[in-house]
Ligand binder design. Structure first.
Ligand code: ADP
Length: 399
């Protein structure tokens, strides 16, 4: 059975076709510049590839290009789209409405659209993509929504509430929702599988460190706290985002520079973090290289981010009254041994010990803690698409 996984943004569309009989990716690709010009790059698992510039005024033309790539191009992997059993969509914001993945029907689609108020950059794009799928593939093919926020819906109110006047929660749903839930779920499930224990018996801290970064505390098998909040701006310093900081610094700057809320949003989301501090790049590779070459601001950016990661881990150890396993994932978490060494080096007080040789391994699942470390530390490459495909398969199998 083949599942088509879609991760749609407002001007981009990432996809994978997964054969669920063996959970192998048959092909993956990316459409870019939707609404502006249009282009597709597509790769089959056997190495064949196809790319084209083709007008994509809307997501519908992008899906038409994907169908061509999958069925007719030099890198085609199926004869027709009829071979695909269902479509799974990554949805960024499910609010308090969606504690788990579900089949998309008109009511679910309406709710995803309404939640656009909480994720204006993402949910409206997901809705466009779902509608374009209905137009391109018809009403019959089941579509499933898998929410980045669902995994965090188990947080207790003391973790998800902001200490603002209560009316803003009641009127506007202002609270912590978290993000990257699909990734945190995947890697924490892997910990349980690797250790051969029920997840409920392991206190886990999962660190998803990529362009966006979040850390989650998992106790009794469920998420009890996470660093991202009302939006993915919360938490700690990322590629271009501030993470948590004193809001009065922002109102002060806004007054000084005569900035609007939209300006502040842009500055905090797109111009801050590693980029804002280093002035070099938002990309961890560039910033760490500049730091090594002696750039002081790049070094400061690196030091700030690692310090904040450490503080979040420390606070979650306290919140859970201990930790059994720590996971690093995401582009940085999977590929930056120095960051892992520095962060773990400061956790010696709870008996964390990392093996330098194992820590130097790249691109695969590995336990990097020593055999006598009191806490297991892992690098686990994340696979959000596989979780989406698995949920999709499970939901359509129940139909
Ligand atoms: P996204 O959040 O956009 O999915 P990724 O998870 O792909 O991002 O992570 C991107 C980040 O991973 C970038 O900052 C990049 O520099 C970092 N990264 C990727 N490869 C390496 C590497 N070999 N060493 C250090 N950092 C890396």
């Amino acid at each position: 059975m083949k599942i088509f996984v879609v991760n749609a943004g407002s001007s981009s569309l990432k996809y994978q076709l997964i054969d669920m009989d063996n959970e192998q990716v048959l092909a993956k690709g990316l459409c870019e510049r939707i609404g502006v010009s249009g282009g597709i790059s597509h790769k089959a698992a056997d190495g064949r590839s196809y790319s084209a510039e083709t007008p994509m005024p809307t997501h519908s033309e992008a899906f038409a290009a994907v169908v061509y790539a999958l069925t007719k191009s030099d890198a085609a992997v199926i004869g027709s789209f009829d071979e695909i059993s269902a479509i799974g969509h990554r949805i960024v914001q499910g609010g308090s409405i969606f504690p788990e993945s579900c089949l998309i029907d008109p009511d679910v689609l309406d709710k995803i659209e309404q939640l656009g108020a909480l994720a204006p950059l993402h949910n409206p794009a997901h809705v466009l993509a779902i509608r374009a799928c209905i137009k391109t593939f018809g009403e019959k093919i089941p579509q499933v929504a898998v929410f980045d926020t669902s995994f965090h819906q188990t947080m207790p109110p003391k973790a998800y509430m902001y200490p603002l006047p209560y009316e803003y929660y009641e009127k506007y749903g202002v609270r912590k929702y978290g993000a990257h839930g699909t990734s945190h779920r995947f890697v924490s499930d892997r910990v349980a599988a690797i250790e051969g224990k029920p997840k409920k018996d392991i206190k886990i801290i999962t660190c998803h460190l990529g362009n966006g970064c979040s850390i989650t505390a998992i106790k009794d098998g469920v998420c009890v706290d996470t660093s991202m909040g009302f939006t993915p701006l919360d938490g700690f310093m990322m590629g271009t985002r501030t993470g948590t900081m004193d809001p009065s610094a922002l109102t002060y700057i806004a007054e000084k520079e005569n900035l609007s809320p939209a300006d502040i949003n842009r500055i905090c989301n797109k111009e801050s973090g590693m980029l804002g501090i280093s002035g070099v790049s938002n990309d961890n590779r560039d910033v760490t290289a500049a730091a090594k070459a002696g750039n002081r601001r790049a070094q400061l950016a690196v030091d700030m981010q690692r310090y904040e990661i450490l503080k979040f881990i420390g606070s979650y150890i306290a919140a859970m009254n201990g930790v059994d396993s720590i996971v690093f994932t995401g582009g940085i978490g999977e590929n930056d041994p120095e960051l892992r060494k520095e962060v773990c080096g400061n956790l010696g007080f709870i008996g964390v010990a990392v093996d330098d040789e194992k820590n130097a391994l790249r691109g695969r699942e590995v336990k990097i803690s020593t055999d006598d470390s009191r806490v297991n530390v892992y690098v686990i490459p994340t696979n959000e698409e596989l979780v989406i495909a698995r949920d999709t398969l499970e939901i359509i199998s129940k139909k």
